[in-house]
Design a protein around this ligand. Structure first.
Ligand code: NAI
Ligand code: A1CAB
Length: 268
């Protein structure tokens, strides 16, 4: 029986443990979770998923894999606390935005580290994750790390530096789409539909559009033109997007998020 230890019990830790249990990658009994102080949160995870939340010194020492899942601002203190408690050989999977593999091995010692940027859709097996490894990761470790991420969605290997871009795009991406949906629902009710009807129409539109992009050989602009009749509604809508600087807004959004990821890396 494996021992997989989560340090940090927030929404991303929950998404991963939920996905792994659902996909039968690990049993709940193999998962251990700890956080800084919120015992109620640990009890909630225990009663909801059956994961262990009583973590003694032996569990730290025997852990096969440790998942770093605290907020980046808490990472240094958490790693300093962790270092004396864990075995020299334990592999680390970090989901921390902006915290480099170098910082992790500086604080925890040279060991196999995978740095991953998943997203919260891991909860339903639909994460899009980027992953980078250090030189200590063996072929067996690599296979294991990739399987863990494949169990909760799709995963693509990138250079570590590219994880800043992955974070800005797919790590934060669900929030942008939820924000878009909030806007659709708000305006949808203004033009005469109920919120429920807008939700139904637009979730299917998002899913259908994503599937078209996956299945079609056409580029997005070609697919867009197929929707856009001359003098029609789409053209009017797109003109409004252009007038309100849609492209500038998206560019600023991704660049600000990427810069924030880099700033986080610098400040630790
Ligand atoms: N929420 C998201 O969509 C994504 C988050 N991430 C990354 O995942 C990490 C966690 O994010 P969330 O789950 O959203 O955060 P969260 O705020 O929901 O949870 C953070 C957890 O870490 C715990 N913690 C803080 N200091 C600790 C310490 N010293 N020892 C043990 N536990 C400690 C807190 O008690 C809390 O349970 C962050 O580093 C973030 O960059 C990565 C991809 C997506
Ligand atoms: O907002 C954040 O910093 C994290 C990283 C990607 C999604 N959430």
């Amino acid at each position: 029986m494996k021992k997989i230890l989560f340090i940090g019990a927030g929404s991303m830790a929950e998404a991963l443990m939920q996905g792994w249990i659902k996909q039968k990658v690990f049993t709940a009994q193999e998962l251990y979770v700890t956080n800084r102080s919120d015992k109620e949160r640990l009890q909630f995870l225990h009663s909801t998923y059956g994961v262990n939340y009583r973590v003694d010194g032996a569990i730290y020492m025997q852990a096969d894999l440790i998942i770093l899942a605290m907020k980046p601002k808490d990472a240094i203190a958490a790693m300093q606390e962790l270092q004396p408690k864990i075995s020299k050989h334990t592999a680390i999977l970090s989901i921390l935005a902006g915290i480099t593999i170098n910082t992790i091995t500086e604080k925890l010692g040279l060991r196999p580290v995978a740095r991953v940027m998943p997203n919260t859709s891991a909860t339903i097996g639909m994460s899009a994750s980027g992953i980078a490894f250090n030189g200590k990761v063996s072929i067996e470790h690599r296979t294991m790390f990739l399987q863990l991420l494949e169990a909760v969605g799709s995963v693509i290997e990138v250079e570590e530096d590219q994880l800043h871009a992955v974070t800005a795009l797919s790590g934060s991406g669900p929030a942008y789409i939820y924000y878009l949906m909030e806007a659709f629902e708000r305006v949808g009710t203004e033009v005469g539909l109920t919120k429920d009807t807008v939700r139904l129409l637009m979730t299917q539109t998002l899913a259908g559009t994503a599937e078209m992009l996956k299945q079609s050989a056409d580029e997005p602009d070609v697919l867009r033109r197929k929707v856009t009749s001359p003098g029609g509604t789409t053209e009017a809508g797109i003109k409004a997007l252009e007038q309100y600087q849609f492209n500038e807004a998206i560019t600023a959004c991704i660049k600000e998020a990427e810069a924030r990821s880099r700033a986080l890396a610098k400040s630790t």
